[in-house]
Design a protein around this ligand. Structure first.
Ligand code: C2E
Ligand code: CA
Ligand code: CA
Ligand code: CA
Length: 274
């Protein structure tokens, strides 16, 4: 009867239940992976269009999963955010990225993605200070990439932490710009060192509206003195478009994919710096 009962339950089980079960498993696996050191960072060059050299790198997290192979962030970051694991994982990312970047010559920068949940923690400022102190990386070489969703909550903790970090000299970038619904109001309320234009705009050079919006975004950003990075530059056409639109920097497969840590110093030494 017990087995039947369980079967009945199983039959009525929704896909949502199965999904919850497998995501619970993934969260448990993530905890183990953190202990074992199965997360790693790749680094994608950001190219300064004025010099043609590398201005810095964006750190992008990967999970070397024992059975599923290398997992991209979309496979685990949302779950890490839901479960709160993003706080320790994000702290590891910050520490590791700063440690790696400290070995690169000045003035190369490291950009680190930070999720809203991390910024809501009172401990965030201390986490960043710790990553800088243990690595010896100068604060102005660290840029934190935040998204509009993070600013949506208008929490005091988020605003205060952003201001404190900026006064330390840490740079703040607004990521995926233009994909949210009140982008302009954030430009009004906060100051950013960098604005990153989402690749949906970069790839839209055949659409006159997209072209006009992209030009306006770049003009606005540069008029505030911010750097404006075009993301997802895959073709010469994309590059020509964002260059004429006035972007200061570009990032994308046309130049380099995200690269393993060991590839960075040789790349820098190969003379792509300037
Ligand atoms: P993002 O911050 O917008 O990062 C850019 C994504 O575009 C990366 O995907 C990168 O590999 C990809 N990309 C770079 N160049 C090109 C290109 O030319 N064409 C195309 N189609 N794609 C390109 P990835 O590494 O899969 O990361 C996805 C997202 O995961 C990131 O989007 C970011 O939001 C998030 N993420 C990555 N690492 C972290 C992290 O350490 N912490 C947090 N909180 N989020 C992270
Ligand atoms: Ca980013
Ligand atoms: Ca982005
Ligand atoms: Ca994105």
């Amino acid at each position: 009867a017990k087995a039947a009962g369980r079967n009945t339950y199983r039959l009525g089980d929704s896909e949502a239940d199965a999904a919850a079960e497998s995501s619970g498993l993934l969260v448990a696996e993530m905890k183990g992976a953190m202990k074992r050191g199965d997360f790693l960072l790749n680094y994608q060059p950001i190219i300064d269009l004025a010099t043609g050299g590398i201005a810095g790198f964006e750190a992008l997290v990967r999970w070397r999963h024992p059975c599923k192979g290398e997992l991209s962030p979309s496979a685990f970051i949302p779950l890490a955010e839901e479960s709160g694991l993003i706080v320790p994982l994000g702290a590891w990312v910050l520490k590791e990225a700063c440690r790696e970047a400290a070995a690169w010559p000045e003035p190369l920068r490291i950009a680190v993605n930070v999720s809203a949940i991390q910024f809501q923690q009172i401990s965030m400022e201390e986490t960043v200070r710790h990553a800088l102190a243990t690595s010896g990386l100068a604060p102005h070489r660290l840029e934190l990439e935040i998204t509009e969703t993070m600013l949506m909550q208008k929490s005091d903790t988020v605003c205060r932490t952003m201001e404190r970090l900026r006064s330390l000299g840490v740079r703040i970038a607004l990521d995926d710009f233009g994909t949210g619904y009140s982008s302009l109001s954030y430009l009004h309320q906060f100051s950013f060192d960098t604005i990153k234009i989402d690749r949906s705009f970069v790839a839209g050079s055949e659409n006159p509206k997209t072209v006009a919006i992209t030009r306006a975004i770049v003009a606005l950003g540069t008029s505030f003195g911010a750097r404006v990075i075009a993301e997802g530059v895959e073709t010469e056409e994309h590059l020509a478009f964002v260059r004429t639109a006035g972007c200061t920097d570009v990032q994308g497969f046309l130049f380099d994919p995200p690269l393993p840590a060991e590839a960075i110093v040789p790349l820098i030494e190969s003379g792509r710096l300037r």
